[in-house]
Design a protein around this ligand. Structure first.
Ligand code: HEC
Length: 145
């Protein structure tokens, strides 16, 4: 009889410990605050909007994809792609916005389209990764006169 009681007491103690552990887990929800702190720590670069790509790697990509319409050094090609050297648009957008723009393109149907020529998403090369586009953006940033 006493053994049974001891066993029950042990079980009860075990349940209590588990319950406390679960509570601790709940408290862990509060310690989910550090990830929030991390998010805050990452926020400044996000706000700043610049992506810090590698302009040299970007030039290599640009010269295989974008150059077809935007010309060498982004001087533009009449009837194909706008120049980057004089682009007002490039002065007004952040790197992040530019990344979104390049991934979206600017079709003729877009009211913002000024040339009547499509800017295809990713310049028509869907294989370009965000990292490669970020490098291209860093390169484009060097072209404005
Ligand atoms: C098939 C031709 C073509 C290719 C390839 C191309 N673009 Fe374009 N791009 C255009 C055209 C056309 C426009 C202008 C659309 C308009 O009328 O507003 C444009 C506009 C842009 C603009 C906005 C310029 C401004 O002043 O408004 C950016 C930025 C741009 N392209 C980036 C790129 C990048 C980066 C690549 C390579 C990944 C690329 N383009 C490849 C045709 C092209």
């Amino acid at each position: 009889m006493t053994r049974k009681v001891t066993l029950l007491a042990l079980l009860a103690a075990l349940v209590l410990v588990l319950a406390l552990a679960a509570c601790g887990g709940g408290g862990g929800g509060e310690t989910a605050a550090p990830p929030e702190d991390d998010a805050v720590a990452e926020a400044p670069p996000a706000d700043d909007g610049s992506l810090h790509g590698d302009p040299e790697a970007g030039k290599a990509q640009f010269d295989t994809v974008c150059i077809a319409c935007h010309g060498p050094g982004g001087v533009g090609i009449e009837g194909l792609g706008k120049p980057f050297t004089t682009s007002e648009f490039l002065l007004t957008v952040s790197d992040k916005e530019l990344l979104t723009f390049i991934k979206t393109g600017r079709p003729i149907s877009d009211p913002a389209n000024t040339t009547g020529v499509d800017m295809p998403p990713k310049g028509g090369n869907p294989a370009l990764t965000d990292e490669q586009l970020t490098d291209i953006i860093a390169y484009i940033r060097t072209l404005h006169e």
